[in-house]
Write a protein that binds this ligand. Structure first.
Ligand SMILES: [Mg+2]
Length: 417
């Protein structure tokens, strides 16, 4: 392998109007922001109608470039926007610049330890993850290998993929390996909401027939008793799993839920859990049958690979979250490929009739990722396996200028650095 040193780490925000890493940053006309979707804020009527009303997309995107002294540039992408830029440029960069990119564990550990006073979960980990992804992209490019070949090789030739959508019937038509629909109503909607939730699942089952896998995503919105009642009521419709019913910190609640319904409906969670330390709790306390880490919430490739190993020790399957953002999402496919305990990958899309291509091409103009028989092929290219297209470069503030984290002062002035 060529030897190279990391010369610079650069963090960027992108234009507010672009979706970037934030799939909720839609301009409208998309179920993910237009449909009622039960969520932790559903208990407040002022913020109930749409998740964008409480700022699900408030942070926006951070894009990271790691540049080596031989000219190699790796890219990473995560949620985090300007605050993540600040953390990366003002704090994390000191552990990255001047390092040998092969020392990825050392870099990760230093970023983790140095941010313990304010980090551990959330935004800080989004920032660490974006840097980690960019380093792994560099490593793959230096070695001329796709990332999965660097972390354990491939355990399968293609990756089964399912769609999170409001239209499971179209997901079936497109050939996905099942669908997942959003839970529309929560405990605040009372018995009427419960009945409507049941009716939505019943209708979906009717549309797709008895054998197409169906899942229900509850996005941290329920209580233990509601989740148990809902899962029991849905037993006739044979859900494959019921997802993220409770707030992430309710480990005891997840354990109780799994004990109550796990024999007829698998319990999944982990999308909003952070790093191997959070997953240690989920695993030790028997909270879930299936874990769904997001590569940007667990510390990038380095973090996701560790969580997969930990889950494997306890015989737990992995169905990673459709990462908030295509670069992380595509990086996640490399880790999926290397996991013996991987079962299926989520993608989230509009899934409209006659719009199959849009599902996997809508973001950055990547070369098409085409599903064959409900499975993604593995990239053979070095690193993550793609570069941003010229069109994307025009849309994003890459290319020579220093990154922009903007600080807004009370007098209306804006400082850029
Ligand atoms: Mg989910």
């Amino acid at each position: 392998m060529r030897k190279a040193i990391i010369q610079e780490v650069r963090a960027y925000v992108i234009d507010d109007s672009e979706m970037g890493a934030d799939y909720h940053n839609q301009r409208g006309g998309h179920w993910i922001i237009d449909l009622p979707v039960a969520n932790p804020m559903s208990v407040y009527k002022d913020f109930k109608a749409k998740r964008t009303s409480w700022g699900i997309n408030a942070l926006g995107t951070v894009v990271v470039q790691v540049a080596l002294d031989d000219g190699t540039v790796g890219i990473g992408c995560s949620i985090g926007g300007e605050p993540a830029c600040y953390i990366i440029e003002k704090h994390l960069s000191r552990f990255v610049e001047g390092q040998d990119p092969r020392n990825v564990e050392l870099i990760w550990d230093q970023m983790w330890r140095a941010t313990l006073p304010y980090g551990r979960k959330g935004l800080t980990i989004h920032a660490i993850s974006a840097v980690d992804l960019a380093i792994w992209d560099c490593l793959g490019k230096l070695r001329g290998e796709p990332i999965y070949a660097l972390i354990g090789g491939k355990t399968k030739e293609r990756l089964p993929v399912y769609a999170t959508t409001s239209r499971p019937d179209i997901a079936k038509e497109f050939g996905f390996q099942g669908a997942k629909i959003p839970c529309r109503y929560g405990p605040g909607d009372g018995i009427e909401g419960l009945k409507r939730n049941i009716a939505v699942v019943a209708e979906a089952r009717e549309q797709v027939g008895p054998d197409f896998p169906l899942r229900l995503d509850c996005y941290m919105s329920l209580t233990v008793s509601y989740a148990i009642e809902l899962a029991r009521a849905l037993a006739p419709y044979h859900l494959h799993w019921i997802e993220e019913c409770l707030p992430p910190d309710d480990f005891d609640g997840y354990a109780a839920l799994k004990a109550a319904v796990g024999h007829f409906c698998l319990v999944s969670t982990g999308e909003h859990e952070y790093t191997r330390y959070g997953f240690r709790e989920l695993i030790a306390r028997k909270c879930a049958d299936i874990l769904q880490p997001d590569i940007n919430h667990v510390g990038g490739v380095t973090g996701l690979w560790k969580v997969a190993q930990m889950a494997a020790v306890s015989g737990i399957s992995m169905a990673p979250h459709a990462c908030e953002g295509p670069i992380g999402g595509l990086a996640g496919l490399h880790v999926d490929a290397a996991m013996p305990n991987f079962v299926v990958q989520e993608i989230c899309g509009q899934i409209q009739p006659n719009a199959a291509d849009k599902v996997w091409q809508e973001w950055l103009g990547f070369p098409a990722m085409r599903m064959v028989d409900g499975r993604f092929p593995l990239s053979q290219k070095p690193g993550l396996g793609f570069e941003l297209s010229e069109a994307s470069l025009a849309k994003y503030p890459f290319g020579g200028t220093r990154p922009m984290a903007r600080v807004f002062h009370e007098d209306g002035s804006v400082a850029e650095w």
